[in-house]
Design a protein around this ligand. Sequence first.
Ligand SMILES: [Zn+2]
Ligand SMILES: [Zn+2]
Length: 192
Amino acid sequence: MDFIRYAESAASLLNADLADLDDLNAFLESRAWLQRQTTEKDVAHLRHFAADLRPVFVASGDDDVQVVVDGLNELLDRHPVTPMISTHDLGNLHLHVANRAASVSELLVSEALLGLATLVCDLGPSRLGVCAASPCTNVYVDTSPNQSRRYCSDRCSSRANVAAYRARKRIAAVSTPVEPADAPTARESRAL
Ligand SMILES: [Zn+2]
Ligand SMILES: [Zn+2]
């Protein structure tokens, strides 16, 4: 299994607006074989799971290791993962995170939890976070080599850069009131 991809799709799951079955099927756009099995129950289950998982991303962003570990362990306890070796491609035996009896939501929950748990063990517990470009509340997985990610997307990153630039300009304008370049200074006006 590709745990980074699973961890990233856990973040996408939290960022998806899962209001109804159409939303879930849109989320599963690249996995048509799963779209055929989705039910309203999956939507409710995943919405619930996303709400339970969000505090893990928040805690990771705050470097609160214990909350990250306890949060994931508690979710793993509540959603037992049943991995199996898949034989759908005999030349390439690989692990599936759920058995064939699993519902779509159980499968997505298993992928998310196993992906995040492996990421935390392999890359460290502070690789998750919440977008710093308020009011965006999207979450992200930080796989950058120097662990420098702060935004959910390039769009939020450039929005935050523009906002920071405007704020700096405002502060500069307040602290150094600019006179028109050709206005005489007080001393020069006296001399005139
Ligand atoms: Zn497979
Ligand atoms: Zn964002």
